[in-house]
Design a binder for this molecule. Structure first.
Ligand code: SF4
Length: 199
C-alpha cells in the first residue's frame, strides 16, 4: 500500500465531511465476541431484524479472517451536538447523523476502489434497519428480496465485533460511550465513527 494513496484517502475523508480521520494498521483493530454480545444483552431492537446486524452480519471470527488479508484502514469520526444524539425530540436529526456516516463510508470506499484498491470496504455506525429502512415493515433482504439501499447499506463497525472505543483511543481521539440514560447537558461531546479498510 503506497503511503501517498493512504494520505490522499485520509484527506478525502475530511473533504467528505469527517472532522477527524486517521490511517491505522489493521493489526491494531480489536475484534471481539464481547462487542457483538452487546447487541444481544441487553437486546437491541435491530438484533436479528437486519441483514447487516448480528446474527446475520459476519461474525467476529469471520471478520477477523477477512481482516487478516488487509494491512491498512482509514478511520474517520464526525462530531454531532449531544442534543442530536440524545434528545427524544431530535430523532430525525439523529437518523440523518447516522445516515451521513453510511454515506461517508460508501463514498470513501468508492474513492479507494477507483484509486485501484478494489477490495476496499466500508463499515458504518448503527443499523441500516434503523437508519435507512426505519419506515419499512421489515428488512427486505431477510424476506429474500433485494436490499433497498445496496449502494449505502453496510454493517456497522460494532456489528462485526470491532471495539470502536479502543480504536478511537488508539487514534488519540476522545470518545465516550453514551448510554440510554445519558443527558445531553452533561455530555461534553458526541460523535460517530466509521472505517474504510483499504485493499
Ligand atoms: S438497507 Fe434495508 S433492506 Fe438493506 S439490509 Fe439494511 S434493512 Fe435490509
Amino acid at each position: 500500500m503506497h503511503q501517498p494513496d493512504l494520505d490522499n484517502l485520509r484527506l478525502q475523508a475530511l473533504e467528505l465531511g469527517a472532522d477527524k480521520a486517521a490511517i491505522i494498521d489493521t493489526s491494531a483493530i480489536s475484534v471481539s465476541e464481547a462487542v457483538t454480545f452487546k447487541c444481544l444483552v441487553p437486546r437491541c431492537p435491530n438484533y436479528a431484524s437486519c441483514a447487516n446486524c448480528p446474527p446475520h452480519a459476519p461474525t467476529p471470527e469471520e471478520f477477523r479472517r477477512v481482516l487478516a488479508g488487509f494491512s491498512k484502514a482509514i478511520l474517520f469520526n464526525k462530531r454531532f451536538a449531544p442534543e442530536v444524539m440524545l434528545s427524544p425530540d431530535q430523532e430525525a436529526a439523529r437518523t440523518e447523523a447516522f445516515r451521513s456516516i453510511f454515506e461517508l463510508a460508501a463514498k470513501l470506499e468508492s474513492a479507494a476502489f477507483y484509486a485501484g484498491h478494489y477490495l476496499s470496504f466500508g463499515l458504518a455506525a448503527g443499523s441500516c434497519r434503523n437508519v435507512l429502512c426505519r419506515d419499512q415493515k421489515a428488512c427486505a433482504v431477510l424476506e429474500s428480496k433485494a436490499c433497498l439501499f445496496p449502494a449505502l447499506a453496510r454493517p456497522s463497525m460494532e456489528a462485526v465485533g470491532i471495539d470502536v472505543f479502543q480504536l478511537a483511543a488508539l487514534a488519540g481521539w476522545d470518545m465516550q460511550p453514551l448510554g440510554r440514560e445519558a443527558q445531553a447537558d452533561k455530555v461534553d461531546q458526541s460523535s460517530l465513527t466509521g472505517i474504510v479498510v483499504v485493499g
